[in-house]
Design a protein around this ligand. Structure first.
Ligand code: FEO
Length: 174
């Protein structure tokens, strides 16, 4: 059985992950709108990954005999000044999510909930990757500033990303 306080915070994290899904889907729409299909595909894959994160929390709460309570999802930003502006926002958002996960770990430890702590460790590692991936694209975009050919190459590179549900769920066979 899961403690009320932890259940409440895990439900809040479902909302954060669903908002992340919404934010990246909105970024995908923005990239479609400015004719960068590779960026749009990358963001779409990122959005799917966030949905998988939300579902990981969803199933964990149920597995611990808790109750999932879905909260309203706030509307995401819909436009950005440039691809770099969007990816800087994505990086900043991932830093915020890392902070949320760290606070959840603090709570789990304070409540001696070792099962929740063990569950959260996958997210602790995942956030290292999430921050690094967004930051790597920001760095590339800084390098190609003012060079349309470079932007075309990044679009091609990002378009190769494929969403794999198994890797997002932290299972074998990614
Ligand atoms: Fe679910 Fe991108 O953190």
């Amino acid at each position: 059985m899961i403690k009320e306080k932890i259940q409440e915070e895990l439900n809040r994290q479902i909302n954060e992950e669903l908002y992340s899904y919404y934010l990246y889907l909105s970024m995908s729409a923005y990239f479609e709108d400015i004719d960068l299909p590779g960026f749009a595909k990358w963001m779409n894959a990122q959005a799917q990954e966030e949905m998988a994160h939300a579902m990981k929390f969803f199933h964990f709460i149920i597995e611990r005999s808790g109750k999932v309570t879905l909260l309203p999802i706030k509307g995401p930003q819909t436009d950005w000044e440039s691809p770099r502006d969007a990816f800087e926002a994505a990086y900043k958002h991932e830093c915020y999510i890392s902070d949320c996960i760290n606070k959840l770990v603090d709570l789990a430890l304070a409540e001696s909930d070792h099962a929740t702590n063990a569950f959260l460790q996958w997210f602790v590692s995942e956030q290292v990757e999430e921050e690094a991936t967004a930051d790597a694209v920001v760095k590339k975009l800084r390098l190609v500033e003012g060079h349309p050919n470079g932007m075309y190459m990044i679009d091609k590179e990002l378009g190769a990303r494929i969403f794999t549900p198994a890797s997002a769920a932290g299972e074998e066979g990614a």
